[in-house]
Design a protein around this ligand. Structure first.
Ligand code: BES
Ligand code: ZN
Ligand code: ZN
Length: 534
């Protein structure tokens, strides 16, 4: 596509990623959105849409001053339409003005951010996402200038990162199985008007956004893929590919059923044995270039489909159960870009991957399995399978010498009931680690809320015949009792458990993505990697 970018100077920093080329040979979709930089003023850039943001109090259009100059170019048409349409700048409000006059920009779009004093940076990500979602098949390109006035609270790098993430995540679709996708027009180019001296910070934020978005999209694709395709072997092959991409920093080991048996992963296999689909126990290791003392274990629940097992789920609750490997998807997403972010500590990723199906050889209620750490589990309900497989993956991480653990699991419907579909339930035995994860999640725009690991509820998981039962003797407090179950397998390591059952898979879309897999947790993990120096 030919585009007039004008005089005097245009500079491209497209592939000059300081993070290097990643994901290149992975057989996964990567965002191909191009970011171009120019020091032309907004009115002199040719694009399909020119984007502004607005605060609702005092109708403050961002970037300040720019709105006025564009309005002047349009002989006041912009303010006239905004007034006529009573555009206020409320959160989620979006207005499109197609100028009567011939201009280089085909339309002007303004997205509301809500009240200025309630503003947090994630609203900007959402506003950019909302713009992308609304326009993704109408436009090829957008031009904008970053709202520099937000710089008093946030770095320019972070401002550009959240906007770029909004564009890339908001444009995401899972249309692999849709015939109609062929004729689609796709939003593919972002032109940022900037001063030379700011371009470095901006492009740094954009490059980070590319990593964060690609990793999130990889996770979304894995979750949205049908369970008959996204099998344990599929996840294992992807893990191997990720390691192959970066052999100096990442290694991968995949245990098959026989090897898992030998090692004593009985809890994991007790769930796997109901299916002919081969289970895989996946171990990824990232080695920091520094001699690190910390080894962070990230553990993802990898139930590739949860039928409930012998305690079969009712049809309605089973429909979305391809999402039960969302924790695993987050771990794989994070590992796909980990070497570019270079955390200063070692990281291990563990996924016990299997479907939870039904057959004549299924585990049945009352069966007992021994986890890798020696504790025995009475399986009273085969639908509480995640915690049983996680018993082994957590124990394995501890055995590998993890100094701290973060797990992500679509573990309980109770977490979704408690906090809704936007918020993840966070549990922890260590306030310091919990604070770090909360901070990383906040920067990522991923909501978490801590629930208590109430010791006095521990007895609810008691078993008559084994060390612990896989379901409690009450249906109340189900997210807490599940977390307390997992705690049996973390030794005394600092540990954060994220029950992502609500946000991992959404049944109506939000500003930064469609219904389906969200890739929740990926960006929290990536921020955790960067924000935590040794
Ligand atoms: N995978 C489900 C939890 C889930 C529910 C994830 C909704 C995503 C959305 C889990 O394995 C499960 O079935 N948990 C049971 C536990 C119960 C049997 C103690 C639940 O939450 O009902
Ligand atoms: Zn289940
Ligand atoms: Zn499950």
């Amino acid at each position: 596509m030919k585009r007039f970018l004008g005089f005097p100077k245009v500079f491209f920093l497209l592939e000059a990623s300081e993070y290097g080329f990643i994901l290149a040979s992975l057989n996964v979709k990567i965002v191909t959105m191009q970011f171009e930089y120019t020091n032309n003023s907004l009115g002199k850039i040719s694009s399909d849409a020119l984007l502004f943001f607005a605060f609702s109090d005092g109708k403050k259009y961002l970037p300040l001053g720019e709105f006025k100059s564009i309005d002047e170019i349009l002989d006041g048409e912009l303010s006239k339409v905004c007034n006529l349409e009573r555009f206020k700048g409320d959160k989620g409000e979006l207005i499109t003005v197609i100028p009567a006059k011939e201009t280089l920009f085909k339309r002007v779009v303004i997205v509301g951010l809500g009240k200025e004093d309630e503003f947090i940076l994630d609203f900007l990500r959402k506003a950019a996402g909302h713009f992308a979602k609304f326009n993704k098949h109408k436009i090829d390109s957008v031009s904008l200038k970053l709202p520099g006035e937000l710089e008093k609270d946030n770095s320019l790098e972070l401002i550009s990162q959240v906007i770029a993430e909004g564009f890339m995540l908001g444009s995401y679709e899972f249309n692999k199985y849709k015939e109609a996708r062929k004729e689609q027009r796709d939003f593919s180019t972002v032109i940022i008007s900037t001063k030379d001296q700011d371009s470095k910070a901006i492009s740094k934020g954009v490059e980070k956004a590319k990593l964060f978005s690609n990793a999130t999209i990889l996770a979304r694709d894995l979750v949205n893929e049908q369970a008959s395709v996204a099998t344990p072997s599929y996840l294992a092959d992807l893990a191997k590919q990720i390691a192959k991409e970066n052999p100096k920093k990442i290694s991968c080991k995949v245990l098959d059923k026989g090897q898992a048996e030998k090692l004593g992963l009985e809890a994991f296999l007790s769930i796997a044995k109901a299916s002919d689909i081969p289970p895989k126990f996946i171990v990824l290791e990232y080695k920091s270039q520094k001699k690190a003392k910390r080894k962070v274990g990230i553990i993802g629940k990898g139930i590739t489909f949860d039928s409930g097992g012998i305690n079969v789920k009712p049809g309605d609750s089973m429909q979305t159960m391809k999402c039960d490997m969302s924790g695993a998807a987050a771990v794989l997403g994070a590992f796909s870009v980990i070497s570019a972010l270079e955390p200063e500590f070692d990281v291990i990723g563990i996924i016990a991957a299997t479907p939870n199906l039904i057959s004549g050889t299924s585990t049945v209620p009352g069966d007992v399995a021994k986890a890798l750490n020696g504790k025995t589990i009475e399986i009273l309900n085969t639908d509480a399978e995640g915690r049983v497989t996680m018993a082994d993956s957590l124990s394995y991480a501890v055995k590998m010498g993890a100094t701290e653990l973060i797990d992500l699991a679509t573990l309980t419907g109770a977490a979704e009931v408690a906090l809704g579909t936007d918020i993840t339930a966070l549990f922890s035995n260590n306030a310091n680690l919990a604070d770090k994860v909360k901070a990383a999640a906040f920067t990522a725009g991923e909501k978490v809320w801590e629930l208590p690991l109430e010791k006095e509820y521990k007895d609810l998981n008691k078993s008559e015949v084994a060390d612990v039962a896989n379901i409690p003797n009450t249906r109340y407090g189900g997210a807490i009792t599940a977390a307390l179950f997992l705690e049996e397998f973390v030794d005394t390591k600092p540990w954060v458990h994220l029950d992502i059952a609500g946000p991992a898979f959404i049944t109506s879309g939000n500003e930064i993505g469609p219904k389906g897999g969200t890739g929740f947790g990926v960006r929290t993990l990536l921020n955790f990697f960067i924000e935590n120096k040794i």
